[in-house]
Design a protein around this ligand. Structure first.
Ligand SMILES: Cc1cc2nc3c(=O)[nH]c(=O)nc-3n(C[C@H](O)[C@H](O)[C@H](O)COP(=O)(O)OP(=O)(O)OC[C@H]3O[C@@H](n4cnc5c(N)ncnc54)[C@H](O)[C@@H]3O)c2cc1C
Length: 514
């Protein structure tokens, strides 16, 4: 067993873990990041093959026991979800933080858009975003890089949206439209989800973690944390135990522990770290660790055109977005709203995941690939106590640890808002001139919630700064802390919250409060 120590120990080298490492190491803290996955050189290890995307997606067993299908998009490796992600980074709207007050659904957050506004801007600058804020943004803001020129796919989709009176725009995206941050402009090869071999796509690895390492952070890959250590006498966490690639156990001690393992593995780790003071899971006196799992109910909507669309050429997702139907409208028979995002899958994913097509219909569908455009209809799923991450009582991973058991069932509002999104996407596709519209799969995308923030320690796990109510030197900085999911891609908001938490941690530590 190896024993080491650090001021700050971060579990998970993804979007938020990388950001917090950079912020804290830049302020003189000694920081160690433990990452369960491998470290890759994208230019070599992930170059131009769809098969590579499997390397960087979480592939360890999980039990899906819910009524509805959810694909909790999770990456693995140094860079986490940003290795495989598609980089669409819109800001949440003011109303997203106050759904209970404004519409009587979900819960209000303990923080507001105004609290996050400067942190949004900082991530947009530091990470490097291209695009426009769009006509429905919570405030007008500009991004460091101009929008990408719309691909033909995006133009075809935008044509239908304009005919419906909507306002399509090129949303914020973490893919360089010009040289920025020492990274090249995108060459539109279309392999964003396989790891981006050129480095034009921003990843935590290529931005924050590289800067953190330059400032002294140590990133240890293939280090799977299976326990957060809690000292009963001190009432503090003291570090973690992790298993290295060779199966050997190590202990790492730290003054401050930050969990950034994403909304499935963070609650799993807390539940696995139960002890005498916390028999139901560490920092779980509220009983809410693992509850209120949030996801976005989505539909894939395809349109086949007479002329080639060649949607596989260019940025995979988010060359165009429609946000006209995002703002809640009392005339709707559902609360909240949705967006439409251009998204064409790469060929194998298209064949595997597009819909329930079989026989000649599947053959035609595959043949139509270059002639096909696609909207991703992306709606807000509301929190429910019954949507959970727990420890499976039977299935164990290769280390003998209980795997996460994920249960989700869409509620009536989720089904209605997602159906409205799907129908609008189909309508716009027809207006674009599609000769055939096909409805593809319906699933829950993204994972959030499970350790939600709140002012009330009886009903939430962390405060507005990601500090657990139960243990003052234990923090959560990832999408677990979301109270509601908004209807937009979540990672920018998670990173903005993590940036705010990093400021708080630094100031509290300096005052000797941690
Ligand atoms: C294909 C795909 C496309 C996506 N596209 C978008 C998009 O366009 N826009 C958007 O906003 N979001 C997108 N996402 C989602 C986005 O990747 C996540 O929201 C984001 O990465 C979450 O950040 P995080 O810091 O919470 O966790 P992550 O970035 O997931 O990082 C968590 C890290 O923790 C590690 N880890 C987990 N458990 C342990 C453990 N016990 N010990 C050590 N390490 C551990 C994991 O291996 C992982 O590297 C996409 C995701 C996928 C998979």
């Amino acid at each position: 067993m190896l024993n080491e120590s650090a001021d700050v120990l971060i579990v998970g080298a993804g979007a938020c873990g990388g950001l917090v490492a950079k912020e804290l190491s830049g302020r003189g803290f000694s920081v160690v990041v433990l990452e369960g996955g491998k470290s890759y050189n994208p230019a070599v290890d992930l170059a131009n093959s769809e098969a590579n995307s499997a390397k960087i997606q979480w592939a360890e067993p999980r039990v899906y026991a819910g009524k509805d299908q959810v694909v909790p998009k999770t990456g693995v490796g140094v860079g986490g979800g940003t290795l495989t992600w598609l980089g669409v980074m819109p800001r949440f709207h003011r109303a997203d933080f106050r759904t209970r007050t404004l519409e009587g659904v979900g819960e209000d957050w303990p923080i507001s858009y105004e609290d996050l506004s400067p942190y949004y801007a900082k991530v947009e600058r530091d990470f490097g975003l291209a695009g426009e804020c769009g006509p429905f943004a919570p405030e007008s803001y500009s991004l460091p890089m101009p929008a990408h020129r719309m691909s033909w796919h995006a133009q075809v989709l935008a044509r239908g949206a304009r005919r419906a009176g909507a306002h399509p725009f090129a949303p914020p995206i973490a893919i360089n439209s010009e040289e920025y941050g020492g990274r090249p402009a995108c060459i539109y090869c279309g392999w964003c989800g396989s790891g981006c071999p050129t480095g034009a796509k921003a990843t935590s690895q290529g931005t924050y973690l590289a800067q953190a390492e330059a400032a002294g952070t140590r990133v240890i890959s293939e280090a799977f944390v299976h326990r957060v250590d809690y000292d009963e006498a001190l009432g503090r966490v003291t570090g973690v135990h992790y298993l290295a690639a060779d199966g050997r156990e190590h202990e790492l001690r730290a003054r401050i522990v930050i969990l950034s393992a994403h909304a499935v593995e963070t609650p799993r780790l807390l539940l696995m770290s139960a002890g005498p003071s916390f028999p139901d899971g560490l920092a779980n006196s509220s009983g809410t660790v693992g509850k209120y799992l949030l996801s976005h109910p989505t539909w894939q909507v395809f349109g086949t055109f007479d002329e080639p669309v060649n949607a596989y050429k260019g940025i995979q997702m988010g060359q165009v977005m429609v946000q006209d139907y995002y703002k809640p409208d009392p005339r709707n028979d559902y609360a909240r709203g949705y967006v439409l995002i251009s998204y064409m899958m790469t060929p194998i994913t298209y064949a595997n995941l597009s819909g329930d097509f079989v026989g000649p219909e599947l053959k035609r569908f595959l043949h139509d690939y270059p002639y096909t455009a696609a909207w991703w209809a992306h709606a807000e799923g509301l929190p429910s106590e019954n949507n959970t991450v727990t420890l499976d009582p039977e299935v164990k991973d290769k280390r003998g640890l209980p795997v996460a058991r994920i249960e989700i069932e869409w509620q009536e509002n989720d089904i209605k808002v997602a159906a409205a999104a799907r129908d609008k996407a189909a309508e716009l596709m027809e207006l674009s001139g599609a000769r055939k519209v096909r409805i593809g799969l319906n699933y829950g995308a993204h994972a959030m919630g499970t350790c939600r923030m709140g002012d009330d320690r009886q009903t939430s796990v962390v405060n507005g700064y990601g500090q657990t109510h139960d243990i003052k030197n234990l923090f959560i900085c990832d999408t677990s802390v979301f109270v509601t999911g908004g209807g937009l891609n979540p990672t920018l908001t998670a990173m903005a919250i993590a940036g705010r938490s990093a400021d708080y941690i630094a100031s509290q530590a300096r005052r000797g409060e941690l």
